[in-house]
Design a protein around this ligand. Structure first.
Ligand SMILES: Nc1ncnc2c1ncn2[C@@H]1O[C@H](COP(=O)(O)OP(=O)(O)OP(=O)(O)O)[C@@H](O)[C@H]1O
Ligand SMILES: Nc1nc2c(c(=O)[nH]1)N=C(CO)CN2
Length: 156
């Protein structure tokens, strides 16, 4: 039996019943991820492409035996099951599940980048993350989530 790995996921929704979408995605995740912590769900201004509805965002921490590639397939399959509507990159969607951290792994493949390359620039990710894991160290920047959040706020 392979070892269980700690993972962090970021969830977002800005189409349809946003709260239900996030709750449903968490239910689906439980099939293969032992959920240990769920942050509060917060409403956030759209980042990047701003001409779109506000998002609900949250982060979850859990344990899984899936490999990184299997975890990506799993989260993409949940998005698909939920009738993924993703109109364009950074555009509106009923559900988005990003892999933020996979333990302390760093992965840089065409279809999978871990840690998520944008996470340190996104308040909507760092704010829920500091609620559930302020001391978790970003494996590339060697800084805690709380330090990344403070840095981002100083820049904003
Ligand atoms: N850490 C990751 N978590 C989830 N998907 C990832 C990750 N790294 C790369 N991807 C790839 O991103 C694709 C989704 O891209 P998409 O165009 O929806 O990005 P986005 O959600 O709009 O932007 P962002 O990833 O910056 O939030 C997935 O099919 C997957 O292959
Ligand atoms: N506030 C917020 N903005 C976003 C989000 C998101 O989840 N929350 N997701 C995006 C696509 O990855 C683009 N912009």
């Amino acid at each position: 039996m392979s070892q269980k790995i700690t993972i962090f996921l970021g969830l977002g929704s800005n189409l349809g019943d946003r709260q239900k979408n996030i709750e449903m995605a968490i239910e689906y995740l439980k099939e293969k991820v032992e959920i240990e912590k769920v942050s509060k769900i917060i409403e956030t201004e759209p980042y990047g492409y701003v001409e779109q509805p506000k998002f609900l965002n949250c982060c979850v921490m859990g344990k899984t035996q899936l490999s990184p590639a299997e975890l990506l397939d799993f989260v993409l399959s949940i998005e698909e099951k939920m009738g993924r509507k993703r109109l364009f990159k950074w555009g509106p969607r009923n559900i988005d599940i990003d892999i933020l951290f996979y333990d302390s792994a760093t992965i840089d493949q065409e279809n999978l980048k871990i840690p998520h390359p944008e996470l340190h620039k996104r308040e909507f990710v760092l704010l829920p993350l500091i609620e559930i894991a302020p001391d978790f160290v970003h494996p590339a920047f060697k800084k805690t989530v709380l330090e990344l959040y403070r840095e981002l706020k100083n820049l904003m």
